[in-house]
Write a protein that binds this ligand. Structure first.
Ligand code: PEP
Ligand code: MG
Length: 755
């Protein structure tokens, strides 16, 4: 049996003429439905458009009762039309009324029709409406008729996206495309950013949908696919993958899809039906996106994402656009939206123009998050489907404190956030004024406030924030953002720059803390049941001494003629530190023997991160020059609660008496032994918790740049003598149930201490 279609190409040519006519949107839609009905030989053709209130409104019809236009509407999921919108899939039924989802609307006069074909009107995978044809006879529509209807749906999608249909919508009802949306994700980097969407992989808008010459379009497709294959081969061959933020497996997957006949065949088919090459890719891609949004299996979702990325590349190849972000046209208030990206790609945008970052993936320990924090960019991660739902240029707000994203926010929401931003700015200005003021408590106790850093981009913050130096330099970050092991000279280069920027202020370097969740892409990961308690940090360094030795040598070279402080992470037994110290001494001897200049003064210390050290403090203090409490890890091991697992990480309050006593034990015994002690975990950067640390006796705190202002404000208004007198007795056994958090809050309120 032959299809009743007069040929999709003829239809598209006629559609192009209708699109070019100087008529209004309603007239255009009315003509389109007549055209399709004639072409598919259907008695009915109707267009339903999705409104912001979730209803599908009848916008035009040929064959149904015209009085129902703009009156009839169905909810998503309601009736056959609603089902198509909900599933984003075509429905082809010889007997529609027998379908369980059929919903009868008397005003439309639909009862006379039996066969039904409906397709979603999709744009970038998003359903904007539904296009339907119906016949009285019982028939199944042909594959090319389904194709033709889908192609027409693309044309209507462009009309919706261009804003043409908003004008003819019922008064006051907005279309779904412009609907405000709220997303809940995970807060990754604090701050609030208001701005406009910049898609990291910009969606190229295909405006030329209808082909003039099919053979020419097929040739264009073929040569674009060849160029794409070559560029992927190049990327794979030159091995410099880190720079592009792409890993080998992703590229391999890309290459596989680029050779996938099924995928290419679908595109060719769409061209044969009359679309331009780029419109054909977009059509197939839109289907993929719609499938992706429905897919719950993470592996398959991932593969569909890869296919989507490839479609983007192919469209750009066809339209002669560059890959990667076009930073020239970046607005001043860019909020970058990406599925994910490498740290280097974020650095490429520059710090000045990016106000926020939203990722569909990205966890608190992902590399891009670390860089976003260093740059002070408000970031929210794990935001589902945002890439498909946002359009470049949309207004958007990123709340990196609450982990929320507001897309196309209504005026009142925008005003509330603008107020929040102004409030934060006022506070920041106050902190800046504090920068040159001494960090001394009300009762004259000097508190040293230091910076936690790890990248070159952190260094300006040392001066800007008025920090007394760097209390923790996380050396692993350089390794994490690199594509291969940094060589000795590269490591030395970074350490020299850090010491130069410090201009004589003290800097404490921590040796590589890799393993666990800090993965190096080029170091083959070993599978461990409990990576946080596994082969990581100094354990790895002692077992692979070449890595540690190279790093120590780089540090010793970089600090030639200057002071150097090195601390070792994850020490669980004093013997491990003794071994590390011996390694440093051997390196030092080696340098001297070869006539190299060495550091003036070298001090070696230990991070107290494993509770076992609490019971060998005296032995430890005999060996070290200083200690530094890594409260993040110490807390997770103390309470056996994974710091990266949000179900348990907040279960135990660090201000609970058990942990407070542990911290007290460290600081009092260190003082007795005359060993300097600092604390460099997240606790030091939270005003209330830092106040508790002052009460316990800590005088050196190291924290992220953004915390320095609030902590200094707290320090300058607290009387530590009085505070300790209030808090310390509560730690004594037998003093009854204690709620230190409450006591600290009460003290702060009584003494006007800003928290
Ligand atoms: C800590 O564990 O407290 C610490 C400062 O180190 P990191 O957060 O890098 O593990
Ligand atoms: Mg740690």
């Amino acid at each position: 049996m032959r299809s009743s279609l007069a040929g999709p190409r003829v239809l598209l040519r006629r559609l192009r003429e209708v699109m070019a006519e100087p008529i209004n949107a309603q007239e255009r839609l009315d003509k389109i439905v007549v055209l399709i009905a004639a072409n598919v030989v259907a008695e009915v053709c109707s267009v339903y458009i999705l409104r912001a209130d979730g209803m599908l409104e009848l916008y035009a019809t040929e064959g149904l009762n015209r009085d129902a236009v703009h009156k009839t509407s169905l909810g998503v999921g309601e009736g056959l039309v609603g089902l198509i919108a909900a599933d984003a899939r075509p429905l082809n039924l010889p007997n529609a009324q027998a379908h369980p989802a059929f919903a009868y609307r008397p005003e439309t006069g639909e009862e006379a029709y039996n066969s039904f074909l409906g397709v979603p009107i999709l744009r970038a995978g998003r359903t904007l409406g539904v296009l339907v044809v119906q016949n009285k006879s019982h028939r199944t529509y042909f594959e090319d008729e389904v194709e033709a209807l889908q192609t027409t749906a693309m044309v209507i999608a462009e009309m919706v996206a261009a804003g043409e249909l908003e004008a003819i919508s019922q008064q006051g009802t907005k279309l779904d495309l412009t609907r405000p949306m709220e997303f809940k994700g995970v807060a990754l980097s604090e701050g609030v950013g208001l701005g406009h969407v910049v898609l990291h992989e910009p969606r190229v808008v295909v405006t030329n949908l209808i082909a003039e010459d099919v053979d020419h379009e097929l040739r264009r497709l073929e040569s674009a696919i060849n160029r794409l294959r070559l560029s992927l081969d190049d990327l794979l061959a030159n091995g410099d993958l880190g720079q592009h933020g792409e890993h080998r497996e992703v590229l391999e997957a890309f290459r596989m899809f680029a050779q996938d006949r099924g995928w290419i065949h679908k595109i060719e088919e769409a061209i044969r039906n009359g679309l331009t090459a780029e419109a054909a890719v977009e059509k197939v891609q839109s289907d993929t996106r719609a499938r992706m949004m429905r897919q719950t299996d993470p592996y398959l979702r991932e593969r569909l994402h890869d296919l989507d990325d490839l479609g983007n590349r192919l469209i750009r190849e066809l339209m002669g656009r560059q890959h990667g972000p076009g930073t020239d046209s970046l607005p001043k208030d860019a909020i970058v939206i990406a599925r994910n990206m490498g740290p280097a790609e974020l650095l490429d945008y520059g710090r000045d123009r990016v106000r926020g970052l939203v990722l569909e993936e990205g966890g608190p320990t992902s590399h891009v998050t670390i860089v976003a924090r260093a740059l002070g960019i408000a970031t929210v991660g794990l935001v589902q489907d945002i890439v498909s739902l946002a359009e470049g240029g949309d207004a958007i707000i990123v709340d990196g404190e609450m982990g929320q994203v507001q897309l196309r926010p209504p005026g009142d929401v925008e005003n509330a956030y603008a107020e929040k931003v102004r409030f934060r700015a006022r506070r920041q200005a106050q902190y800046r004024r504090l920068r040159s003021k001494p960090s001394v408590s009300r009762d004259g106790v000097e508190i040293s406030l230091l910076l936690n850093a790890g990248l070159l981009v952190d260094l300006p913050a040392m001066v800007e924030s008025g920090a007394g130096g760097i209390g923790l330099f996380r050396t692993e970050l350089q390794f994490m953002v690199a594509s291969s092991f940094p060589r000795m000279n590269e490591q030395k280069g970074l350490y020299e720059k850090v010491l130069d920027a410090a201009e004589g202020r003290p800097v404490t370097f921590r040796t590589l803390d890799i393993g666990g969740d800090k993965v190096l892409p080029y170091l083959r990961a070993i599978q461990e049941e409990n990576p946080a308690m596994g082969w990581r940090a100094l354990r790895l360094g002692l077992d692979r001494p070449a890595i540690l030795r190279t790093q120590i040598r780089a540090l010793l070279h970089a600090a030639a003629g200057r002071d150097l402080k090195i601390k070792f992470p994850m020490v669980a037994d004093v013997a491990e530190f003794v071994q590390a110290k011996a390694l440093v001494e051997r390196e030092l001897k080696h340098l001297k023997r070869h006539g190299h200049k060495t550091p003036n003064k070298l001090r070696l210390g230990v991070m107290i991160e494993v509770p076992s050290l609490l019971f060998q403090l005296e032995e430890l203090f005999q060996e070290v020059d200083f200690v530094s409490v890594g409260s993040n890890d110490l807390l997770q091991f103390f309470y056996a609660a994974d710091r990266g697992n949000t179900r348990v990480s907040d279960r135990f309050d660090p201000l609970n008496i058990g942990f407070m006593r542990a911290l007290r034990r460290i600081v009092t015994r260190a003082k007795l032994a005359g060993v300097p002690v600092t604390l460099c975990g997240e606790l030091a950067g939270r005003p209330l918790e830092a106040m508790a640390l002052l009460a316990l006796g800590y005088r050196d705190l190291s924290m992220s740049a953004s915390a320095l202002g609030p902590i200094k404000a707290m320090v300058r208004s607290v009387d530590i003598g009085r505070l300790s007198a209030r808090i310390l007795p509560k730690l004594e056994p037998g003093s009854g149930p204690v709620d230190l958090r409450k006591s600290l809050r009460a003290f702060a309120a009584e003494h006007d201490i800003p928290l």
